[in-house]
Design a protein around this ligand. Structure first.
Ligand code: GLU
Length: 334
């Protein structure tokens, strides 16, 4: 389906091939029941473990999908990539990098450790993400949340909202994130009220979306910051470059190095079960399956993306050129 323009575009052989591939991989990994739904935020434990969807959106706005692509879940850590982009957009790269590094940490996402320079390792672990959230400007938490929600909604191409149940659950049980927030305040990385920043962070993690939204958000990043379905400019090219760079090196928790090596595309996962991946200048991929591995990544999502990248030659350092011929076959002259 192409929401973008009036005329129906010709179905190229690559379109049908991609649809078939997604159907096949979805079927293959539907049979995988490894991993567990996250329970440390009690409300997340209510997710249906069998839900599984994958969507791909091209920078021409074309959408390909298989499985439960409208099933909603919370964005969780995937929001970190966009809020980092918003902080860069608002204050400039240098101001953000004064507070947050861009080094992979090798530690768990909720680590309390700061670098020796007394700043968080990177924007994808909670300490870095909470610092970025603290840089979002606005007179009230409501106004700041509205900015974040607008950014995420513009990237997804539809109005998103906060899941109040998950938000309350995060707020009630987020003691570790509170500890991180106060540690950041102690080293002057948070200017305002630490409780307000945490409140904002819990809300941003609780935004509801589906696999199709994630793929569209990925396509927005792939399309240099402009949503290819709505045509709306969401982030500047400079911010997108920074976002994709940290996604590439730090986006998949403690699996980030393996992922960059094996799959070779910028991506970000969240404990809600989503993975957003980006093929620069080509397409966005969104997967949803809430059964997670020990590192917090969706088991089916990882496997499906690994196979898709392998079969389609999507790895950024792929030398066979299969990727570009796939892209040509699928998206015509692009
Ligand atoms: N709200 C979650 C937390 O901070 C996000 C974690 C995640 O998705 O990695 O614990």
């Amino acid at each position: 389906m192409n929401h973008n323009n009036m005329q129906k575009r010709e179905e190229l052989p690559g379109h049908a091939h991609l649809r078939k591939t997604l159907d096949r991989l979805h079927k293959t990994y539907s049979a995988c029941h490894e991993g567990n739904v996250a329970t440390y935020i009690p409300e997340l434990a209510k997710a249906n473990p069998d839900h599984f969807g994958v969507a791909v959106v091209g920078i021409d706005g074309e959408i390909y999908e298989a499985g439960e692509t409208s099933a909603e879940f919370t964005i969780q850590s995937i929001s970190k990539a966009f809020v980092f982009g918003l902080a860069v957009e608002t204050h400039g790269r240098d101001a953000v990098l004064k507070r947050v590094g861009v080094e992979p940490s090798g530690d768990a996402f909720n680590s309390l450790e700061l670098r020796s320079s007394r700043k968080p390792f990177n924007p994808m672990i909670n300490a870095g993400a909470i610092t970025d959230t603290g840089m979002i400007t606005g007179a009230s938490v409501k106004e700041r949340m509205n900015k974040i929600l607008c950014l995420l909604s513009d990237a997804a191409g539809r109005e998103l909202r906060v899941d109040e149940g998950v938000y309350r659950s995060e707020k009630e049980t987020g003691h570790r994130n509170r500890a991180i927030g106060h540690l950041l305040k102690n080293v002057d990385l948070i200017d305002g009220e630490v409780d307000e920043v945490l409140d904002l962070y819990f809300q941003q993690c609780s935004v509801l979306l589906n696999a199709r939204d994630l793929a569209t958000m990925g396509a927005t990043l792939a399309n240099l910051g402009t949503n290819p379905v709505t045509g709306k400019e969401v982030l500047s090219f400079d911010s997108v470059r920074d976002v994709l760079s940290v996604m590439f090196t730090c986006g998949m928790y403690d699996f980030a190095g393996e992922w960059a090596f094996r799959v070779g595309i910028p991506a970000k996962s969240g404990v809600g079960g989503g993975i957003l991946a980006v093929i620069n200048r080509q397409l966005g991929i969104g997967t949803y399956s809430p059964r997670l591995d020990a590192m917090g990544n969706s088991v089916r999502g990882i496997r499906l993306c690994t196979d898709l990248a392998e079969e389609m030659g999507l790895h950024v350092f792929n030398f066979t050129n299969a990727g570009s011929s796939f892209i040509k076959a699928t998206f015509g002259k692009k």
